[in-house]
Every structure is written in C-alpha cells, then in structure tokens.
Design a protein around this ligand. Structure first.
Ligand code: B12
Length: 171
C-alpha cells in the first residue's frame, strides 16, 4: 500500500524526460530549428482568472493531436500500446514534422464510470476535472512526511491502465 514506489518512478521519469527533451532540443537547434522544452511536470503557472494550474501547453491535448492516443473519462491520455500509464513531455518547435493519424475512437468502454466513482476527492465526472480537490487529496506529505503522490486510483482502476500488454478494452 506504500505510495513511495509510484512517487519515485514519477520523479525519476519526470527528470529523465526533461533531460531527454533538452537533448532533443539541442539536436533540433543544431539543425537550425527553434526548439523549446516546456517541462514534464512543471513548473506550472497558476492562472488566477480560472483558478487552475497550467503549463505552457497541455501535454495530453498535444498528444491527441499527434495521434498518440485519446483522453478518457479520467481526463488522462490513453494510448493503445501503454494505456494511461504514460508520462508526456512537450517540445515546441518550428521543425516541420509529420503527425500520425489522429485516433478517433474513445478509449472508455461504454457506460464505464470506474474512475469517476472511485475518486476519493470527487474530482472527476464534471465538465472539467476539479484540480484543487485532486491536488489537496493526492499530493503532499502523509502525516507530516515528505511530499508524495498519495493517490492515483483513477489510473489503476481503469480497464485501459496498461494498454494492450494487459487488458486494452476499446482501441
Ligand atoms: C497541472 C497538472 C495537474 C493538476 C491538474 C490536472 C488537471 N487535469 O486539470 C493536478 C496537480 C491536480 C494534476 C493531477 C494529476 N496529474 Co497532472 N499535470 C498537470 C500538468 C503539469 C499541466 C496541465 C495543464 O496545464 N493543462 C493545461 C490546461 C489548459 O489543460 P486542462 O486543464 O487539462 O484542460 C481542460 C480544459 O482546458 C478543456 N479543454 C478542452 N479542449 C481542450 C483543448 C485544448 C487544446 C486545451 C489546451 C484544453 C482543452 O478540457 C480540459 C479537461 O478538463 C500536466 C503536464 C502538461 N504539460 O500538460 C500534468 C499531467 C496532465 N498530469 C499527469 C498525471 C499522470 C496526473 C495524475 C495522475 C498524477 C497522480 N496522482 O498520479 C493526476 C491525475 C489527474 C487527472 N485524473 O486528471 C500526466 C498525464 C499523463 C496521461 N497519461 O495523461 C501529465 C501530462 C504529466 C506528464 N508529464 O505526463 N495534474
């Protein structure tokens, strides 16, 4: 039941992906293109107009446009290969890249509301996910301990958690 392994993997992957993104930017710049890393997990801006945490770009929406997958009811990107257990990092560039075909089909099995029902913070199932509820419940110290990711139930309950290597239902 420990939240430590997930937190470690999340932190290490975020760092690894930021480093990869910067390397790719160097490569693109060496080829005369503009390339800007946007940060895998922030730092984010707080948008006082909407009361939302925001990055420069929404990685999930970029990924949909790039044909990597679709956003499910848990508001996460679900890819056919790896399900929702993917982490994303975005590079802004003027390189002319060819996008994959956009995936049209929804990843959620019909009538499924497992992620909405299990969310202890009641953050899902509204027109927009309730960031503050999720943040307050899922991120921070337990009993005064170090910062951890304390909840990722909306990922693990999903029938598409791990993609076609396990139980991909829909794609
Ligand atoms: C801020 C943030 C959070 C906030 C708020 C998340 C939220 N959904 O609102 C908090 C701290 C609560 C959070 C929680 C989590 N997060 Co988070 N988070 C981010 C971060 C850093 C920025 C998101 C952002 O700024 N979005 C911009 C705004 C505009 O997008 P939005 O609010 O999602 O958009 C809404 C509307 O604008 C509108 N909309 C409709 N159409 C369109 C079209 C476009 C183009 C846009 C922009 C918007 C839009 O609908 C959207 C959905 O409500 C991203 C990294 C990134 N660069 O994207 C990771 C990211 C989204 N998080 C991620 C993850 C994994 C999580 C958690 C599972 C962490 C955990 N507990 O383990 C939870 C689960 C949350 C959930 N079920 O959605 C992953 C998602 C991976 C995936 N498979 O999809 C990301 C991409 C990080 C990463 N590097 O991989 N997160």
């Amino acid at each position: 039941m420990s939240t430590i392994p997930y937190t470690i993997v999340r932190n290490i992957l975020s760092d690894a992906m930021d480093k990869m993104a910067v390397k790719v930017c160097y490569e693109l710049e060496n080829h005369g293109m503009v390339a800007i890393p946007t940060g895998t997990n922030g730092p984010t801006e707080f948008d006082t107009l909407t009361g939302r945490f925001r990055n420069s770009v929404s990685a999930k929406h970029c990924a949909v446009k790039a044909g990597l997958g679709r956003i499910g009811k848990n508001t996460l990107l679900v890819t056919p290969e790896y399900g929702n257990m993917v982490w994303l990092s975005v590079i802004l560039t003027d390189a002319e890249l060819e996008a994959d075909k956009v995936i049209e089909v929804s990843p959620c099995p019909e009538g499924c509301s497992l992620c909405i029902d299990i969310c202890p913070a009641k953050a899902l199932g509204h027109s927009e996910m309730n960031q503050i509820n999720c943040w307050n419940y899922a991120f921070g110290g337990e009993n005064g301990g170090d910062f951890k990711i304390k909840c990722f139930k909306c990922r693990e309950i999903c029938p598409n958690c791990l993609g076609d290597r396990r139980r991909m239902k829909q794609f």
